[in-house]
Ligand binder design. Sequence first.
Ligand SMILES: Nc1ncnc2c1ncn2[C@@H]1O[C@H](COP(=O)(O)OP(=O)(O)OP(=O)(O)O)[C@@H](O)[C@H]1O
Length: 239
Amino acid sequence: MPDPAIFLADVTVRFAEKRLAFDCAIPAGAAVAVAGPSGAGKSTLFNVIAGFERPASGRVTLFGEDMAGRDPAERPVSVVFQDNNLFAHLSVADNIGLGIDPGLKLDAAGRQAVEAALARVGLAGYGKRLPGSLSGGERQRVALARALVRRRPILLLDEPFAALDPAMRADMARLIAELHAETKSTLLFITHQPEDIGRLAERVLFLEAGAVLLDTSAEDFLARLDPPAVAKFLGHSGI
Ligand SMILES: Nc1ncnc2c1ncn2[C@@H]1O[C@H](COP(=O)(O)OP(=O)(O)OP(=O)(O)O)[C@@H](O)[C@H]1O
């Protein structure tokens, strides 16, 4: 058996009033939806994997390597945050270029990679624009393009569909599914919508009250009538 892309063993995170505990094994190349009620720990799980949150105990292993003491920049992980983290004063091309070199010293190959990523997310010709002149969906695509040029094998998307209208959600899901197939990365995305799971996920990690309540196939998840938190998420709360 190859090492899982992501392996969390007895990981605990302590906040003043809270203790969260994560155990999970995510196979390389999977597309996984991370769902659960507000406050369940979805963002914290991402922060633990990416290295922004240090666990109080337990082990985080990515592709068989223990991540203890490794800063976010040294991990095989890209994160696209919900607010997509673009720098307002930098052009779209420079925002993407930051994914290649934080000092923005790009050679010809680097500039070409930026152009290719822009084209891949459907934004050819947008390089000189500023993020403020783009729609929410376009800004999400720029953030995705920046993640693409980083070429990290694990991609974490924090609510990639949250700011999008229904038609744009479907387009974005299609684009992410295509990129996932092309890059063969391990994809985790946080969502509050069952339809995103149907469109994009092979597996679902469902969190409740700071722990993994369910780790199952998308097919099994979407057909479930229990436990209650899952039923509520799926809109079966009256059953
Ligand atoms: N830095 C922090 N300090 C104290 N408590 C925190 C901190 N970060 C998160 N928490 C708490 O930990 C719990 C999990 O938070 P988290 O943001 O991971 O949940 P979530 O599932 O992503 O929620 P949402 O869907 O609302 O974004 C919450 O109760 C939250 O208040």
